[in-house]
Ligand binder design. Structure first.
Ligand code: ADP
Length: 640
C-alpha cells in the first residue's frame, strides 16, 4: 500500500492581535475600574495546549490583548483567538460570550486575561459582571437574488457556484465563524481517480473478492442489474491487463455506496455523487483546494480512494471556498441565524432571523438551505433513534441541531430517512470529537482492541457495524493501536493529521506511547501477554494479507517499529443520513413529490442519498457535489 507522506500542517499559530481602544465602537462599560498601568504576560491551558497572552493596561483600561502563543485548532479555536481579545477590549468586560464550539479556548483566554487583571490590581469578578452591551443598530433588511443559510462546506460551495454563475448572493451563518462540521472533518474525499490510483498497490485477493461479491446479489432494480454488469466488465478488463495498480471503477464506488447503505439510498443520487466526485474535486482545486497525490482508505470508506487536502483537514475546504466566495462578491453575514422561511403565494421568497442581536429579513428569489444535520440535537436524534441517548458524545459542532430541517418542515418539506443516524467507533472519550489520536486517516495503519486487549471487529468494515461491535465491548471502550511505521499520521514537526501536537497528547495522557507492546499494555491496564499475542497475530495477518478472525482485508505494513501508540476511543454520534428530500436539481420536495418553489437544499441537511449507512469519505463529496449543483441551479433560476 502506498504510504501517505508526511503532510505539512499548520502548527502553532502565533497571532499577535493588537487591538487598541481607538476604533472600537461598542459601548464602554466598567469605566471606573482602575489598574496599574503596564503589560503583563499570563498563560492558561486551552484545547491544544498553553495559550500565552500579553495584556496591556493604560489609563485605567484594558488597552491591548496580544495572543503570543497558541496551538488551538485552525478554524475552531482560532476563531476565539481572533474574536475574544477584541471583545474583551471593546466591552471592557470579562463577561463576554464564549465562542460556540470553542469553549475551552474561549475560557482559557478569559482565564489568562483574568490573571493579568489580578496582577494589575483589578477586580476580576467585577469585570466578569460587566454586562456586554452590544451597540444598538438597525435591523438587517436586505434584498438579494440568492440567500444561502449555513456556512459549512455545502453552503459555501453553493454560494461560490451561484456567484460564479452571475447571481448576487448573501450567505448567513449563525455562529461567529464559517465551517460547521466540515471544518472538523479529517478531510477524506472519495473519488475514483485513475491517475492517482495508478500509483497504489493492487488490492489483495480478498478485497477483489468483496468487489466481485457486489456483482452477485439480487438486483433491486434494472439500473442496479446494469451496474452489476458494468462492474463485472470492469473487473474482467482489469484482470486481463497488467494488474499492477489498484483496481477501482465508478461502478464499484456506486455499488459499494448502495450496498453500504443497505440499498436504501436513492441510486440516481449515488450515481450523481460518484460521477461528479472527480470533476468537482477539480473545481475545488480551481477554487484553491490543494490536493495531495496520496490515496488512502478512511475508516468505513471500504476502498482506497480517499483524497486529502494538503494542510489542516476540513479547514482547507472552508478556507478555499471562503476566499473564493469573497472574491466573487458573496456577502457573508456571521452571527446571523435564520429562524423562518418567508412564504408568499406558495413561493419561498426569503428568510427571517436574527443578526447580531438585531432582526434580520432577507428577501431573495431563491433560498438554499445548507444548515447541516442534527447529531448535536439530543432530543431530535432520540426522536428518530431512541438508542442515541444523551450520554453518547458527538463529533458535531454544537450548532448542528437541525434548524434547516425544522424550517423546511414548517413549509411542507418532506423528510426522508430521519432514523438513519451514524455513529463512529473513533470518538475522543473526553468530548466525542474525532481528533487526538494516532492512527491516521487510513484504516490500513492500525487495529483496535477492547479493554482486555483483544480485537473485536474488522477495522475496515462499515461504520454502523463497527460501532455496534464497539458498543458490545466492556464499557464500550477501545484502544487504537498503531506504531511508528505508521508514518502516515505524524509529520516531521510531531503533528498528527488532526493538527494535534503528539508530544502534548502523550504528556497529557490522552494518547499512550511506549517502546514495546508490553510496556504499552501496562500503561493502559491490559495484560501485556494478551496484547502481545493480539499484536503478533495481527502482524501475521498483515503479512498474509488475510484476517482469520474478522475478515479484514485492508492492510498496510506490519506494525513493528517503536514507538507504539494506544489511543482510547469510544462511540460517538457523527452523521445524520436523513433530512430534507430533494430532487436531482436540489429542489426541496413536499410530501407529494412536488417542488416547493424557490427552495433548494444541499449537504447534510438533505436525506435519501446515503441510505442507512454512509461510507466514510462520501460526505465531503456529497456536500461539495450537491452544494455546487444547488448554486448552479439557483443562478439558473435567477436568470430565468
Ligand atoms: P454541511 O456539511 O452540509 O455543509 P456543516 O455542518 O458543515 O454542513 O455546516 C452547516 C452550517 O450551517 C454550520 O456552519 C452551522 O453553524 C450553520 N447553521 C446551522 N443552522 C443555521 C441557521 N439557522 N442559520 C444560519 N446558519 C446555520
Amino acid at each position: 500500500m502506498n504510504l501517505r507522506k508526511h503532510r505539512l500542517l499548520v502548527i502553532t499559530l502565533v497571532i499577535i492581535i493588537g487591538i487598541s481602544l481607538t476604533g472600537c465602537t461598542g459601548k464602554k462599560t466598567g469605566e471606573d475600574t482602575s489598574y496599574k498601568s503596564g503589560t503583563y504576560t499570563t498563560e492558561a491551558e486551552g484545547y491544544g495546549g498553553v495559550i500565552k497572552v500579553e495584556t496591556t493596561f493604560t489609563d485605567g483600561k484594558i488597552d491591548k490583548i496580544n495572543i503570543l502563543e497558541n496551538s488551538e485548532t485552525v478554524g475552531i479555536g482560532s476563531v476565539a483567538i481572533e474574536q475574544l481579545p477584541k471583545e474583551i477590549v471593546q466591552y471592557q468586560s470579562l463577561g463576554v460570550d464564549v465562542v460556540s464550539g470553542a469553549t475551552r479556548t474561549s475560557n482559557a483566554i478569559i482565564e489568562a486575561v483574568s490573571k493579568a487583571v489580578e496582577k494589575a490590581g483589578g477586580d476580576v469578578q467585577a469585570l466578569k459582571d460587566v454586562p456586554v452591551v452590544k451597540e444598538e443598530g438597525n435591523d438587517v433588511i436586505k434584498e438579494t437574488e440568492v440567500v444561502v443559510i449555513g456556512g459549512g462546506g455545502a453552503g459555501l460551495a453553493a454560494a461560490v457556484a451561484a456567484a460564479d454563475n452571475g447571481a448576487k448572493v448573501i450567505l448567513v451563518e449563525k455562529t461567529a465563524a464559517l465551517g460547521g462540521n466540515t471544518v472538523r472533518a479529517g478531510g477524506p474525499y472519495n473519488a475514483v481517480d485513475p491517475a492517482r490510483q495508478e500509483d497504489v498497490d493492487p488490492a489483495d485477493e480478498n478485497s477483489m473478492q468483496k468487489a466481485r461479491d457486489l456483482t452477485n446479489v439480487e438486483p433491486k432494480n434494472d439500473r442496479h442489474a446494469e451496474l452489476m454488469q458494468e462492474l463485472k466488465d470492469d473487473i474482467e478488463a482489469y484482470e486481463n491487463g497488467t494488474k499492477d495498480y489498484l483496481f477501482d471503477s465508478l461502478a464499484l464506488h456506486k455499488l459499494q455506496t448502495y450496498d453500504g447503505g443497505d440499498y436504501v439510498g436513492k441510486l440516481e443520487f449515488i450515481e450523481e455523487l460518484v460521477e461528479k466526485s472527480l470533476p468537482t474535486s477539480q473545481w475545488m482545486a480551481e477554487n484553491g483546494v490543494q490536493w495531495t497525490d496520496e490515496i488512502t482508505t478512511v475508516p468505513g470508506g471500504l476502498w482506497p480512494r480517499a483524497h486529502l487536502p494538503f494542510n489542516a483537514a476540513g479547514y482547507d475546504y472552508i478556507k478555499a471556498s471562503e476566499d473564493t466566495a469573497r472574491d466573487l462578491g458573496v456577502e457573508i453575514l456571521l452571527n446571523s441565524k435564520a429562524t423562518e422561511l418567508i412564504v408568499e403565494d406558495g413561493n419561498v421568497v426569503g428568510i427571517k432571523g436574527e443578526s447580531d442581536g438585531k432582526n434580520m429579513e432577507i428577501r431573495a428569489k431563491v433560498v438554499i438551505i445548507a444548515t447541516g444535520g442534527f447529531a448535536a440535537n439530543i432530543e431530535m436524534r432520540q426522536k428518530y433513534d431512541p438508542s442515541l441517548t444523551e450520554n453518547l458524545p458527538t463529533t458535531n459542532s454544537p450548532a448542528i441541531v437541525g434548524d434547516g430541517i425544522t424550517m423546511a418542515e414548517k413549509v411542507g418539506a418532506n423528510l426522508i430517512g430521519m432514523e438513519y443516524i451514524q455513529s463512529l467507533p473513533l470518538g475522543n472519550p473526553v468530548d466525542g470529537t474525532l481528533n487526538s489520536w494516532i492512527g491516521g486517516a487510513g484504516v490500513e495503519y492500525y487495529y483496535q482492541v477492547n479493554k482486555e486487549g483483544k480485537r473485536f471487529m474488522a477495522e475496515d468494515g462499515r461504520r454502523d457495524t463497527m460501532t455496534a461491535s464497539l458498543l458490545a465491548q466492556p464499557d464500550a471502550l477501545s484502544y487504537v493501536i498503531s506504531s511508528a511505521n505508521n508514518d502516515v499520521d505524524i509529520n516531521e514537526t510531531g503533528i498528527n493529521i488532526w493538527g494535534d501536537d503528539v508530544e502534548k497528547l502523550v504528556e497529557d495522557g490522552v494518547v499512550f506511547r511506549a517502546d514495546t507492546i508490553e510496556e504499552l499494555a501496562a500503561q493502559i491496564g491490559i495484560d501485556p501477554q494478551v496484547l502481545r499475542e493480539t499484536h503478533d497475530t495481527f502482524n501475521s495477518y498483515v503479512a498474509a494479507g488475510k484476517d482469520d478472525d474478522f475478515g479484514r482485508t485492508l492492510f498496510g505494513e506490519q506494525l513493528d517499529e517503536a514507538p507504539f501508540y494506544a489511543s482510547p476511543r469510544v462511540p460517538t454520534v457523527h452523521h445524520t443520513m436523513g433530512g430534507i428530500e430533494i430532487d436531482l436539481d436540489n429542489h426541496v420536495l413536499d410530501a407529494n413529490g412536488n417542488r416547493i418553489p424557490g427552495l433548494l437544499a444541499a449537504g447534510e441537511v438533505t436525506g435519501g442519498i446515503h441510505g442507512s449507512n454512509r461510507l466514510g469519505g462520501n460526505a465531503l463529496v456529497d456536500i461539495h457535489v450537491f452544494g455546487k449543483k444547488a448554486g448552479e441551479e439557483a443562478a439558473r433560476m435567477v436568470n430565468e
